[in-house]
Design a protein around this ligand. Structure first.
Ligand SMILES: [Zn+2]
Length: 439
């Protein structure tokens, strides 16, 4: 396999680390998050008051010029904040300037999105919904491989090693643009936006082909064109332990007094609900890691990765399936595969979503007229094949990744440029050692 290097390209990449702040740092971080929320709400109120005032002027017959309107650009809002901060928030000096800069930038963006019809009118941010604050590049850096240095907060310990990012910064191949610190379910995380210089690899000659079927109980099932299952990733939502703990915590919460109209929820309910949220968060992180691990492994080890081009946005509107689809994070999986295949020089092939990968028999090619969603086994009436539904689909998808000459059914999907113009070797593909990620 040849992989000549192409010119280095700058890509924006996110690095996220779980933080382990001290009690003192937690209160400082909360002050920054709260300050940012306060400034956002105050600025939104000032803008609305200005608009109301101008409307009233117009209605009473006065002329209103452009100069009467406050500027809602990032710098316009920063200026507005500087004008009013002493009166509205005499404590503003306790937090770093990033706090208010962040609020002005976010509100400006939200108003632009609303004007362009991309979002609803921004609403006031409520307390107690977590929240985050963005530090700009110059006030945040990595102290060493286990500490993040934030202005005004100090050195915050990270749970995981930040070695990968640390190396990029040391070698000068990475530059921190900003870092967002957020709290969710009592856990703190920092997410760095980094400009990384990468040498993208030229697309490889297709030798190893894998088809991936996405499912609900098993997140990802992968098979080679010869019918060998090489990948099985279980959905962390269905890890028996997580399911048991969640059911238990939900049962406790349901016995306590939750939020009802006109009634405050009890302290005991809040405590029980926090536990439920923590379990959800753990599942979310586990799944996030699994998606990253799986997509990296695939992009590194296979030349052609075939997936079904699911219309996720369209399917999420179907409410019965919606929860499960967002749960399995299908969109995120293909999104990551898309950029990681460019990094590692492999090819992502999306097969037309009308190709019946689930209904086709992977042994004899018979296509079933119907196959309901709850049939977990595939049984072929013609040749008697009985196999897992996901595996059957994955094999069919893998075969779509072979060039038309060696595949009976031909290429059913759209082929991205540069792929499959060389001969593939389906026999070699079968020598791939089984790779199992996750449980
Ligand atoms: Zn069959």
């Amino acid at each position: 396999m040849t992989s000549p290097h192409t010119a280095p390209t700058v890509v924006t990449q996110a690095y996220t680390f779980a933080l382990d702040p001290t009690a003192e740092q937690v209160s400082a971080l909360r002050s920054h998050v709260g300050g940012s929320r306060f400034a956002y709400n105050a600025l939104l109120a000032l803008v609305q008051a200005n608009w109301d005032e101008n409307r009233a002027k117009k209605e009473s017959g006065l002329t209103v010029t452009n100069d009467d309107y406050v500027s809602t650009s990032h710098f316009g809002l920063l200026y507005l904040w500087a004008e009013h901060r002493d009166e509205l928030a005499p404590w503003w000096g306790e937090n770093g300037s990033s706090t208010y800069n962040d609020a002005a930038q976010r509100l400006s963006k939200a108003l632009t999105n609303w004007r362009k019809g991309r979002a609803k009118f921004p609403h006031f941010k409520r307390k107690g919904q977590g929240g985050s604050v963005r530090f700009l590049g110059n006030v945040v850096r990595l102290a060493d491989s286990h500490h993040v240095r934030l202005a005004r907060i100090g050195e915050v310990k990270t749970y995981e090693s930040t070695r990968k990012l640390f190396r990029h910064l040391e070698r000068g191949t990475g530059r921190v643009v900003a870092a967002t610190v957020c709290e969710r379910s009592g856990k703190w995380r920092v997410s760095f936006t980094v400009e990384v210089t990468r040498t993208l690899l030229a697309t490889r000659t297709p030798e190893r082909v894998i088809g991936i079927d996405v499912g609900i109980t098993t997140l990802y099932t992968g098979a080679t064109p010869d019918g060998t299952q090489v990948l099985e990733v279980a959905n962390p939502r269905h890890f028996p332990r997580a399911e048991q703990r969640l059911a238990h915590a939900q049962r406790i919460a349901s016995r306590r007094q939750g939020p009802k109209p006109g009634l405050a929820s009890s302290k005991r309910w809040k405590k029980a609900n926090a536990r439920v949220q923590r379990i959800h968060a753990t599942v979310r992180y586990t799944r996030g890691n699994l998606i990253h691990e799986t997509t990296t492994m695939l992009a590194k080890n296979y030349d052609v990765i075939v997936v079904e081009d699911l219309n996720v946005a369209g399917m999420v509107k179907n409410h019965s399936l919606a929860k499960h689809i967002s749960d399995a994070a299908w969109g995120e999986f293909t999104r990551q595969l898309e950029y990681k295949t460019t990094w590692y020089g492999s090819t992502l092939l999306r097969v037309d979503r009308f190709y019946p990968s689930s209904k086709t028999c992977s042994r004899c090619g018979t296509v079933k007229a119907t196959l309901s969603l709850d049939e977990r086994k595939y049984h072929c009436e013609t040749c008697g094949l009985t196999t897992g539904r996901d595996l059957n689909a994955a094999i069919n998808l893998a075969r779509q990744g072979l060039p038309a000459t060696s595949s009976g059914t031909g290429c059913g999907g759209e082929v991205r440029p540069g792929c499959l113009d060389n001969q593939a070797h389906p026999v070699e593909a079968s020598t791939e050692a089984p790779t199992v990620v996750g449980a």
